[in-house]
Write a protein that binds this ligand. Structure first.
Ligand code: NAP
Length: 290
């Protein structure tokens, strides 16, 4: 069997086209969705990510602002920047780029983001709302995985899904999303202490790899015809970007698979834009039917 490639780049482009139209429609009501990114220090990867988000929001017609703070910013100063953005009416979505320098407390900062502007969905309040089955915003990477599964034609109702990874960024929120009423998957969360990971993956209709370990998911771990979503992003020895899945071998067994790059990655930024649009609509959009 040769798996169908689930093209995240093409799907992201289609979703962004839809967002562009909806941003234009909101602009007719005088509302331009605004996204603020806070970045502390000079981490090159963080700068690349924030630059990407900035360009992506500009491309769909949103307003985007970057608060660039020096590496020695104090917790108090960082919290003041977030507090100011919370009350800034032009700003609908706030993200604090992680990782922060070691002397800063990321959890405390995430907690301060107004839940109405928490488009990265990392505030414990937002995560808790999802966990009790009443989500406000869906965190961007797992939200993108949901759309990729829809794109692959996977009906998650009753499907067995194994997620490899239990982080608050990917694994846990994805499990909570897939077990929402209406999605109705049966989810197993695997992690580094899981016994016989291969068997746990083999029994799944869908395997989502989000461990950050190159080559972790091999062909013998995947049931014939299963759908495989590779969230992992790792640097191979030759410097290229690779996922957690042994792509060539697993493609011979799986029914559908996402590539790296070009799978989950483009969807993550797209869902950030989607959440920012949604935040603007909720905060400032025209009343229903207007
Ligand atoms: P993380 O916080 O490091 O979590 C990794 C998870 O994988 C942990 O739960 C860990 O288990 C588990 N794990 C590690 N090695 C394992 C093994 N050998 N077997 C089974 N489980 C194992 O990472 P993350 O932030 O969730 O990110 C995961 C990967 O996704 C990374 O490669 C990251 O770069 C990528 N990512 C990509 C995007 C994108 O947009 N494409 C977005 C976010 C993340 P323990 O809990 O037991 O330690």
């Amino acid at each position: 069997m040769t798996a169908r490639i689930i093209d995240g780049k093409a799907l992201a482009a289609r979703v962004r086209d839809g967002i562009t139209s909806e941003v234009a429609a909101l602009a007719e009501h005088g509302v331009v969705p605004g996204l603020a990114a806070v970045i502390v220090g000079d981490d090159p990867a963080s700068k690349v990510y924030v630059g990407m988000k900035h360009r992506a929001s500009a491309a769909v017609g949103m307003y985007s602002r970057q608060a660039e703070l020096p590496a020695d910013t104090t917790q108090e100063d960082l919290e003041r920047v977030v507090a100011d953005l919370n009350t800034d009416d032009e700003i609908d979505g706030i993200l604090v780029q992680l990782p922060l320098p070691d002397h800063l407390d990321p959890q405390r900062v995430q907690e301060l983001i107004d839940p109405a502007k928490d488009v990265d969905a990392l505030n414990p309040y937002t995560a808790g709302r999802l966990a009790i089955g009443d989500p406000t915003f869906l965190s961007c990477t797992p939200y993108g995985v949901l759309l990729l599964l829809e794109e692959a034609g996977v009906d998650t109702t009753g499907a067995r899904v194994t997620i490899v990874g239990r982080s608050n960024l990917v694994g846990r929120p994805l499990a909570n999303m897939l077990t929402l009423k209406g999605r109705d998957a049966t989810v197993t969360i695997a992690h580094s202490r899981t016994t016989d990971l291969a068997a746990v993956c083999r029994e799944a209709d869908v395997v989502v790899a989000a461990a950050g370990r190159q080559g972790l998911v091999t062909a013998d771990m995947v049931a014939p015809g299963a759908t495989v979503i590779d969230v992992g992003t790792n640097r191979a020895e030759d410097g290229s970007l690779v996922g957690d899945v042994d792509f060539d071998a697993v493609s011979e067994v799986a029914g559908a698979i996402t590539p790296v790059p070009g799978g989950v990655g483009p969807m993550t930024v797209t869902m950030l834009l989607q959440n920012t649009l949604e935040a603007a609509r909720r905060r400032r959009g025209p009343a229903e039917g207007a």
